[in-house]
Design a protein around this ligand. Structure first.
Ligand code: G1P
Ligand code: ZN
Length: 543
């Protein structure tokens, strides 16, 4: 085998966002684009002798081609072994699980998460460190810096590796081990949850529907829900992963998972519905004609964790991203454990989990997880819910109503304005900053502004500071509006508006969130001059 060193010139746009480098497929297909970024990762993380790497992706268009390039580059850069999921497939949580189980020198995950795939869709690549979690900002900044001055990359000249059968192959001194993408992950799930109780729930006629959205969780859901837990075969829909996700948008929310939503709002709806995204780290939870917000889901899992074998010993703490509602804080207070508020993005949870400060983490963006791995985990959340349902034997809606009756309801919604011109989005954010002083103490109907800021975070473990993490308008009654620009989009800009108020009155708990938040929605539009500046009348997605 020959190792080639190829001269290259830098691209200026290889800056990782909220979760790795995401670009349209044609951008990645430019000559040396992928190679440059992969070499920048290797140059940054180094290759200690004997290093193993985990490699896999969500199966989207360009996954297979990219895997072959990365395998050849790993061999040329001195790796001893690469563990790659059969067919090049690994969900993000399964990759995190394997990195930890095999104590590897991290892993490379190919995914653009919930963004659409296909030849004109998105592709992405991210590096996860030895703890199984997303690279920290220090590492992603160093990768970006390396990409700005790269002059050459190294690649082995060798035939493509057959990825469709388990087994070992050699590229020079490096072993490529093609492994079952599901087994280790399924085993971990079985060690955390009461599979016998869930099996008996399902046997008793409790009907579930899981939408894999033609993305990576199909094989995982099939093995865990159907083969191991005995769910009926039609419990998993859109189970076959497709390179273009069947032309869908694999984002588990009320807009994009509409096929499942329609089923769950029918008269004969199943008892429990759930969906996961492109790479399997997100989850949406539904009951019969009932939607559980991700913020409530985190709080509810925390309050009911004592029912789940893997968490019965108690929780060290909870962490949530800043825009996530404070429902979990109420549970933490009652449990007498700390609750941390971090910037958006899973990478901020890693340090807290590694330091043993938190057990459960969550984001309003359909992300929930725990310290069993270092990524959010879609199927894990589904199994956590099923375990609670098996123990409590009540409908999802009743469980939520009882939770709100006890803690009060943090009414919550997120409005996304997708694909707006970057200039318009930036001008809205600038306007808000410029208005901080004027807004202080301002009265809007019944609501008075208490404080405005741009959220910044000091990591309690390593002291690193992250600034500019979202504009917060906080009101005296505890309501708030948060404005933030997305860091994961690939076209134009996406403005996210997060709305939250607190409703202690049980007689109002069943009311629709948009109705309860109407006043805040109006204030958000007024102070941001959103319509005037973006020309948009309505959000693209409401969750
Ligand atoms: C979005 C979500 C964020 C999540 C990230 C990766 O990032 O808002 O919570 O961690 O995707 O799944 P954003 O586009 O808002 O930067
Ligand atoms: Zn994802």
């Amino acid at each position: 085998m020959q190792i080639r060193t190829v001269a290259t010139t830098p691209f200026t746009d290889q800056k990782p966002g909220t979760s790795g480098l995401r670009k349209r497929v044609p951008v990645f297909q430019q000559q040396h684009y992928l190679e440059n970024f992969v070499q920048s990762i290797f140059d940054t993380i180094g290759t200690p002798p004997g290093s193993t790497l985990v490699l896999g992706g969500d199966g989207r268009y360009y996954n297979r081609e990219a895997i072959q390039v990365i395998l050849k580059m790993a061999a040329a850069n001195g790796y001893a072994r690469v563990l790659v999921g059969r067919g090049g497939i690994l969900s993000t949580p399964a990759a995190s699980c394997l990195i930890r189980e095999y104590r590897t020198h991290g892993g490379i995950i190919l995914s653009a998460s919930h963004n659409p795939g296909g030849p004109e869709g998105d592709f992405g690549i991210k590096y996860n460190g030895g703890n199984g979690g997303p690279a920290t900002e220090t590492v992603t900044e160093a990768i970006f810096a390396a990409s700005r001055k790269i002059a050459e990359f190294h690649i082995a000249d060798t035939a493509d590796i057959v990825l469709d059968r388990d087994g070992d192959h050699e590229i020079g001194d490096m072993t490529v081990s093609v492994i079952d993408p599901v087994a280790a992950y399924a085993g971990l799930m079985e060690s955390l949850f009461d599979f016998a109780a869930i099996r008996s729930l399902l046997k008793g006629g409790f009907r579930i529907r899981f939408d894999a959205m033609h993305a990576v969780t199909g094989p995982y859901a099939q093995e865990i829900l159907v083969n191991r837990l005995g769910a009926l075969p039609d419990s998993v829909m859109n189970a076959v992963p497709l390179p273009d996700f069947g032309k869908g948008h694999p984002d588990p929310n009320l807009t994009y998972a509409h096929e499942l939503v329609e089923i769950m709002y029918r008269a004969d709806a199943p008892d429990f519905g759930a969906a996961s995204d492109g790479d399997g780290d997100r989850n949406m939870i539904l009951g019969k004609r009932f939607f559980v917000t991700p913020s409530d889901s985190l709080a509810l899992l925390a309050a009911n964790a004592y029912l789940v074998p893997g968490y019965r010993r108690g929780l060290a703490g909870i962490a949530r991203s800043m825009p996530t509602s404070a429902a979990a804080d109420r549970v933490a207070r009652e449990l007498g454990i700390p609750c941390f508020e971090t910037p958006t993005g899973w990478k901020f949870f890693g340090n807290l989990m590694d330091a043993g400060k938190v057990t459960l983490c969550g984001e309003e963006s359909f992300g929930t997880g725990s310290d069993h791995i270092r990524e959010k985990d879609g199927l894990w959340a589904v199994l956590f819910w099923l375990n609670i349902l098996a123990a409590r034997r009540q409908p999802v809606e009743t469980i939520l109503m009882e939770h709100w009756a006890h803690y009060g309801r943090n009414v919550y919604s997120r409005h996304d304005y997708e694909d707006i011109p970057a200039d318009a989005a930036n001008s809205v954010m600038k306007l808000l900053h410029d208005r901080f002083a004027e807004l202080q103490g301002a009265q809007f109907g019944n609501l008075q502004v208490k404080r405005c800021d741009d959220f910044s975070y000091t990591d309690p473990v390593d002291g690193s500071v992250s600034t500019g993490q979202g504009v917060r308008i906080m009101f005296t009654d505890g309501s708030r509006i948060v404005f933030r620009l997305s860091g994961t989009g690939t076209g134009g800009a996406t403005l996210r508006i997060y709305l939250e108020s607190f409703e202690p009155d049980v007689s109002r708990h069943h009311l629709d969130a948009q109705l309860l938040l109407a006043e805040l929605i109006g204030i958000a539009s007024q102070i941001s001059e959103l319509r005037e500046r973006t020309g948009r009348e309505q959000p693209t997605v409401i969750t």
